[in-house]
Design a protein around this ligand. Structure first.
Ligand code: PHE
Length: 501
C-alpha cells in the first residue's frame, strides 16, 4: 500500500528542504498542523523512511479579543468612527454602541482623538478632536497575525500583552528529515506472513514491519463473577477455615419426601401448599426411595416412636412422592445425614452448603421466588444448645458480627430452635441474620443415627449480606433480567470483615 496523498506531499517537501518543521509544512501545504503531524506519524510507521525530532516552540498568537481587531479595528478606532464628525455624540449613547465602547473611549481620550463637552445640552457630549486617526493597535495585531511580532518594539509588545490581545502558546512540532529508506513513494511494510507468501517464496523479497515490543496488548475479554458468587466464595472460605466439608447441592428438583417428610414436617403443614412451594408437573413424582427408611418416617409421622407421639395422621406416600423445587437446602442436609447414618460406624462431621432454593413468594424489593441459602451442619456425640451457640459465635465473628442474640423460634425439624440476631452498628438496631436449631430425634433416629449423636444446624440467606455489602437495596438490581452487566463488571472483589476488629 502506498503512503496516502498527503504523505507523498510531505515526502516531496522533505526531499526539497532536507530538514523541515511540521509547522512550516502545514503553512506551505495550507493544512492544519495536527493533520500534518498525523501524516508524519503514519510515515514514521513505514520503517525508516523519515527521521523526526520533536521540538517545542513558543510563539505568540492573537487572543479572541485580538482577533476582533483584525475585522473591526481596535476598540478605540471603533469609538472614534462612531462619533459623528459634525455633531459628536452623547457620551451615554456612545457607551451603548458596543460592549467594548468603554475601554475604546478611554484609549481614544488618552490618544487625544476625542474631547468631552461636559456642559453640552442633553448631557455630556463627545466630539472629535482630530479629523483622522491611524489605528496603530490594529496594525500591530496584524503584524502578530502574520508572524512578525519581532518587528514590534518591546514597550508596545508589552502593551498588547497587558491588553490581553496576544498570548504566548507552546507548539510541539517535529523536525522532519530523510531516513535511511527514504523514497518519494513508499509502500507499507508487511505485517503478516501469509501462506501465499510462503508457497510462492515471495516472502524473501518482502519488507516486514518490525515487532513493537512496547505496544500495549489488547485487554483480554473475560467473564466477571456476579456479586453473589463473590460473597459465596468468601462464605465458603469461612466454612473451610472452620473445617467444614461442602455438601453436593446439584439438584434443584427434590422429592417432598426429602424436602419435608424426612425433616418431620407433617403432610398438612401449610408450607407444603402450592401457594408456598413450586411443585413439578413433569415428572410429577419421584420413584426411588430407601423403602425401609421411608417406612420408619411414615411410622414416626403417623404413630410416633423413639419416645415421640408423632402427629397421629394417615401418612400418604403419594404426598411424599411429589416432586418440587427444593424450598431449602436442609433437604440436602437430610440426604447427607441419612447417608452418614448408613456407614458401618458413626464418625462426627461438619458439613456446609451454599446454593439456590425456591419459594412461591410474592415478589417485592427484597424477595424473589428464588434465593441462595447458606447452611452449616455439625453432627457429633452429645452436642448441646451451648455447642450451637458457640459455633454460631465463631461463624458470625468471622463475618465481623460480634454482638449476637438468640430468640426462641419454631421449625418442624429442630427443637430447640433459635432465630439469630446481630446488632447492626450502622442501623443501631438488632437485625435478624439467620435461623438455627438442634435437629429433632424424630428426624435423626429413623435415619439410623446413634441415639447419643445430636446434630446442630443453622441457615441464612446469601442475598441479604450481599445486598448490604454492595449497597444494593432492590433485589431486582442483583438478580434477574434487570441486572446491569456493567454493575457485575465494575463491582470490587468481596472481602468480608473476618472478625479482626
Ligand atoms: N431450613 C431453615 C430455613 O429454610 C434454616 C435452618 C437450617 C434452620 C438448619 C434450622 C436449621 O429457614
Amino acid at each position: 500500500m502506498m503512503a496516502d496523498a498527503l504523505g507523498v506531499e510531505v515526502l516531496k517537501l522533505v526531499n526539497e528542504y532536507v530538514v523541515i518543521d511540521t509547522v512550516k509544512i502545514a503553512s506551505l501545504l495550507e493544512k492544519d498542523h495536527q493533520q500534518i503531524v498525523g501524516a508524519v506519524n503514519s510515515l514514521r510507521s513505514l520503517g525508516d523512511v523519515i527521521q523526526t525530532e520533536q521540538v517545542s516552540n513558543k510563539h505568540w498568537q492573537l487572543t479572541e479579543e485580538g482577533k476582533l481587531f483584525l475585522e473591526h479595528g481596535s476598540h478605540e478606532a471603533c469609538v472614534f468612527e462612531a462619533v459623528s464628525a459634525e455633531e459628536g455624540m452623547l457620551q451615554e449613547e456612545l457607551m451603548k454602541t458596543s460592549p467594548n465602547a468603554k475601554i475604546g473611549f478611554s484609549k481614544a481620550m488618552s490618544a487625544g482623538w476625542l474631547i468631552m463637552d461636559k456642559k453640552a445640552e442633553g448631557g455630556p457630549r463627545v466630539k472629535r478632536k482630530v479629523t483622522s486617526i491611524e489605528d496603530i493597535a490594529k496594525e500591530q495585531v496584524m503584524k502578530v497575525q502574520a508572524g512578525g511580532i519581532d518587528s514590534i518594539p518591546d514597550k508596545e509588545r508589552n502593551e498588547l500583552k497587558k491588553r490581553k490581545l496576544i498570548m504566548e502558546v507552546v507548539v510541539k512540532s517535529f523536525k522532519v528529515s530523510k531516513g535511511v529508506n527514504f523514497c518519494l513513494s513508499v509502500s507499507k511494510l508487511e505485517t503478516d506472513l501469509t501462506p501465499e507468501m510462503l508457497s510462492s517464496g515471495s516472502w524473501k523479497e518482502q519488507n516486514f514491519k518490525a515487532y513493537n515490543f512496547n505496544a500495549m496488548g489488547v485487554m483480554p475479554v473475560s467473564g466477571h463473577l456476579h456479586p453473589l458468587m463473590k460473597v459465596r466464595a468468601e462464605f465458603r472460605q469461612i466454612f473451610l477455615e472452620m473445617g467444614f466439608t461442602e455438601m453436593p447441592t446439584n439438584n434443584y428438583v427434590e422429592s417432598s419426601f426429602w424436602n419435608f417428610d424426612a425433616l418431620f414436617q407433617p403432610q398438612q403443614h401449610p408450607a407444603r401448599d402450592a401457594h408456598d412451594t413450586f411443585f413439578i408437573q413433569d415428572p410429577m413424582y419421584a420413584t426411588e426411595f430407601p423403602m425401609d427408611y421411608l417406612e420408619r418416617v411414615k411410622k414416626v409421622h403417623s404413630e410416633g416412636g423413639f419416645g415421640s407421639q408423632g402427629y397421629k395422621y394417615d401418612w400418604n406416600i403419594e404426598e411424599a412422592k411429589k416432586n418440587l423445587l427444593r424450598t431449602h437446602t436442609t433437604a440436602v442436609s437430610a440426604r447427607m445425614l441419612y447417608k452418614l447414618a448408613q456407614l458401618e460406624e458413626f464418625h462426627p462431621v461438619k458439613y456446609f452448603s451454599i446454593d439456590r432454593v425456591f419459594r412461591n413468594e410474592t415478589l417485592d424489593a427484597t424477595h424473589l421466588a428464588e434465593f441462595h441459602q447458606i447452611e452449616g451442619v455439625v453432627a457429633d456425640y452429645d452436642l448441646s444448645l451451648a455447642d450451637l451457640i458457640g459455633v454460631l459465635h465463631e461463624f458470625f465473628n468471622k463475618l465481623g458480627m460480634e454482638k449476637l442474640r438468640f430468640k426462641p423460634a419454631f421449625n418442624p425439624y429442630t427443637e430447640p430452635s433459635m432465630e439469630i440476631f446481630s446488632y447492626h452498628e450502622g442501623l443501631k438496631k438488632w437485625v435478624e441474620v439467620g435461623n438455627s436449631g438442634v435437629f429433632r430425634p424424630e428426624m435423626l433416629l429413623p435415619m439410623g443415627l446413634p441415639e447419643d449423636v445430636s446434630v446442630i444446624a443453622w441457615g441464612l440467606s446469601l442475598e441479604r449480606p450481599t445486598m448490604i455489602k454492595y449497597g444494593i437495596d432492590n433485589i431486582r438490581e442483583l438478580v434477574g433480567h434487570k441486572v446491569n452487566l456493567q454493575m457485575v463488571h465494575d463491582n470490587a472483589i468481596c472481602r468480608l470483615d473476618k472478625g479482626n476488629k
